[in-house]
Every structure is written in C-alpha cells, then in structure tokens.
Design a protein around this ligand. Structure first.
Ligand code: GLN
Length: 446
C-alpha cells in the first residue's frame, strides 16, 4: 500500500485520476489484512484497489464528482467495498468521474478533468475515466467503476486496459449512487484479464440489500482461463462496423477477428437491426430514471445547501441550481419531460418498448452464438475540449456500448491494438451470466 500511495502521489499530478486519496484508511485496512494473514481464501490480501467516487465508502468522502455532495461523508460501506475488505483488499482512494456518472469524457466533474494515461491532451473516456487512468498509469492494479451505458468499457478502451461490465444484477448495487437503476452495474478495470476475474469473483453474487441482485451462484472464473477457445462461435454485427466507425478502428478489429479465428473460433457476420435506436432509447430511459433518482438531493438531508435562503422552496431551488452541473440539469429536464403526464406514452413508454426490440436482437443472435464481438468505441480517445459543447456528438460516442446495458448482458473491452499511437478496444458481449465466456476469450486473446 505504501508503494501505491507513492505512485499515486507522483503520477496523479499528471492524470488527476483521484478525487480523494485515503492514506489513513489504506493503513487501517492493510493492517487488518496483515492480521488476518495471507490465506488461500484471501486472494486479494493486501492488494490496493481504488473505487469510483459514486461508490459509498464509510468515513471516506464520496462526491459522485458533484458539488452537491462536496461535503458528504457516508456512514456505511457499499456492498462491493465490504466484500473487497473481507477479501483483504486495501482501499487507497476514490477516483474521478463525470458528475453522477453522466458523460463520456470525465470532463463533467466538479473536481477538474482527468487526463488519458497514454496522451495527456486527450480524454480518458467516461464516466469511469479516473478508474481507467489510475489503472493504466500504474497508480493501482485494480479499480471498480460503474457502467450505465459504457462507462467502464469506453474508458478501458481509451486507456488500453481491460474493463468488464457484468450482467445486470450480477454485482450488488447497494451503495452505488443511482443513475439509471435499470441499467447501472458495477464492474472492474485492470490491466490483465486474469486480475479482473479475481476481483469479480470477490464482489459478485447475491446480496439481500439489493432486490435486483441475482441469486445464481458465482462460477469459478479463474478455472475458465484455460486459453482454449477452439470451436467458440463468435458473431460480429454488421452495424458495429458501419460508416460512423473510423477506418483505423475497423482495421484493428479486423485483425483481432483474424486472431480469434487463428485461436480456433469461428466468426460470422450477423445483424442487430435495432442498433440505430439504442442511443435515443437509452437517453430517454437513463434520463427518466436519473430525474427520479436525483430527487433526493434537495439541500436538506445531506450535501450542499445554498446560503441566505428565504424559504423552503428557495432551499430546494437554489441548492439544486447551484449544486448540479449543466449535464446533470440537462438530463433531469429531459427525464422529467419524458415522464410527465401527457408525454409519458410518447417518450418513456415508447423507449421501454424499443428496449425490448433491442433485447430480442441479442436473444436471436445468442441462439446460435457464444459471443458477439466488435469495436468498443467508434474512435480512439478524442482531445480534451473537443466535444464538450456538443452533447449530441458526445452521446453518439456511446452507440456501441449502450445496447449491452439496455439488454442487461455482460460486456467487456480488451486492448486490441493501436491507431496513431492510441489504444483501440475489442468489445466482447455474452449472454446473461456469460462472464466466464468473456474472460476465457479475452484472456486467450490478450
Ligand atoms: N456516456 C453515457 C452517459 O453519458 C454512459 C454513462 C455511464 O455508463 N455511466 O450516460
């Protein structure tokens, strides 16, 4: 832990991957791990890990990168934090993100933007940009992120590391500050596939505190890493190699497909015909759920409260107006509109129906295939500032990652190569609870 804190100290000046570094907590947890001893069950004993700052940590400031939570110190741990401690891991700090996980570049943070670990003038992706940059820069071996529409996979791709969003409900969301509750899922970012398998093993599994957590037993992920993908049936959707995808990215993915074939997999082109509706569907559903989830930030219960207020209404209006950033306000307005009487059927309800069509696309392909692959993002990391003033272009950047969240299926990004010196990710999607298939293939590929 001491080496890790030193690494953070020097490297974070460049990346700004952390919002909070917690040396006292790290020391305490390291001592507790020492006391337990490095036993066979404690596969993470003494391993320093960072958590995205929308994951609640007892006694450690948790901001969700928002001004509205600038003074929030939780009094309990998220289930994932508890499970990591039980496995002997050591929390070293909380990583930067887009405010309330809304964004694709970590530029929507109240605490300054994070820099890509490969090229400091580029974005690290988002919203788990801090977690990805911290791992890629060698500040920590593993970090947790959350993925509502790509927020683990896209930053993993932009920083040349591995990131996995498990099946919806595989990891407890208890203590994750909610954004889009039907889409949110906690996952892992590491350099090596094997390390993610070890961490997911510890945090996955049913939790009584989360009604949406799945009861299914957690398989032995490490046992799946046998390097053998002979006979694996892989599909590549034609919609994922369309015009919007940069030629350099397509070239890297074509080479990756050749590698998978050489390893013994069969690869066919398929169609996911409703892909083009994924972005509008997602922004209606995610924003609607966010507008409801963010009602709790009222300036009364916790967090930032405006000063010199006249009455209760004024507390609400001014605390929220001053506490939330522009992107969060955009989503609250869009979501409130889409849920309002008179527009509900035309927007939220319509989006919920289209979501089923997108889910059916996947079910159809998975009837004949074990895995779907394609690029994680249409382009490599873009320049800081390049897209900030154009939310729609920013939203389109998520077109390849959002479908997996709408369908609730597991998906990951594994480094596949470089374009102009910048990393490109190969996305792997499996059927529900198919995490072992993803690990196995990504491990054989990396
Ligand atoms: N970039 C997407 C958004 O802005 C996804 C974010 C996420 O997965 N948390 O909503």
């Amino acid at each position: 832990a001491a080496d890790t804190l030193a690494a953070i100290d020097s490297k974070d000046k460049k990346t700004n991957a952390f919002i909070t570094v917690a040396p006292e907590v790290a020391e305490k947890q390291a001592a507790a791990a020492d006391e337990k001893g490095i036993g066979a069950a404690d596969t993470l004993a003494g391993i320093p890990i960072a958590l995205k700052d929308n994951i609640i940590t007892n006694g450690v400031k948790t901001t969700a990168a928002s001004k509205i939570l600038n003074n929030f110190i939780p009094v309990y741990d998220a289930t994932v934090a508890t499970r990591l401690q039980q496995a002997g891991a050591v929390l070293v700090g909380k990583t930067n993100l887009d405010e309330f996980a809304m964004g694709s570049s970590t530029e929507n943070s109240h605490y300054g933007n994070t820099h890509n670990a490969w090229a400091l003038d580029r974005v690290p992706g988002g919203s788990s940009g801090g977690s990805a940059a911290a791992v890629a820069a060698g500040e920590v071996v593993a970090a947790l992120g959350s993925d509502t529409g790509g927020s683990i996979r896209q930053p993993a791709a932009f920083n040349g590391i591995f990131g996995i969003k498990p099946t919806y409900g595989r990891v407890s969301r208890w203590g994750l500050i909610a954004f889009g509750s039907s889409l949110d899922q906690i996952g892992v970012l590491t350099r090596r596939v094997k390390d993610s398998a070890i961490v997911l093993q510890q945090i996955a599994g049913h939790d009584d505190n989360d009604d949406t957590s799945l009861p299914d037993p957690v398989p032995d992920y490490l046992a799946a890493l046998d390097g053998n993908i002979k006979g694996m049936r892989i599909a590549i959707p034609e919609e994922y190699l369309g015009e919007g995808v940069a030629q350099g990215v397509r070239d890297v993915i074509e080479k990756a497909v050749d590698t998978l074939k050489k390893l013994g997999a069969t690869v066919d082109t398929v169609s996911l015909p409703h892909t083009k509706y994924a972005v509008p569907t997602y922004y209606l559903i995610a924003s609607s759920e966010a507008s409801s989830n963010l009602q709790r930030f009222d300036g009364i219960r916790y967090g930032y409260r405006a000063e010199d207020v006249k009455n209760l209404e004024d507390v609400y209006v001014r605390s929220r107006s001053e506490g939330f950033g522009d992107e969060v306000k955009r989503r609250i307005m869009l979501g409130t509109f889409s849920l309002s009487a008179g527009f509900y059927d035309a927007y939220f309800n319509k989006a919920a129906k289209v979501r089923h069509l997108i889910q059916d696309d996947f079910t159809n392909v998975f009837a004949d295939y074990d895995l779907i692959v394609g690029p994680t993002t249409p382009t490599p990391a873009f320049k800081i500032g390049e897209k900030v003033d154009d939310p729609v272009t920013m939203y389109m950047n998520d077109i390849l990652t959002i479908p997996a969240n709408l369908a609730g299926i597991p998906a990951a990004s594994v480094p596949a190569g470089l374009v102009d010196g910048l990393p490109v990710g190969l996305q792997l999607m499996a059927k529900p609870l198919g995490e072992a298939t993803i690990f196995k293939t990504a491990d054989a590929f990396e």
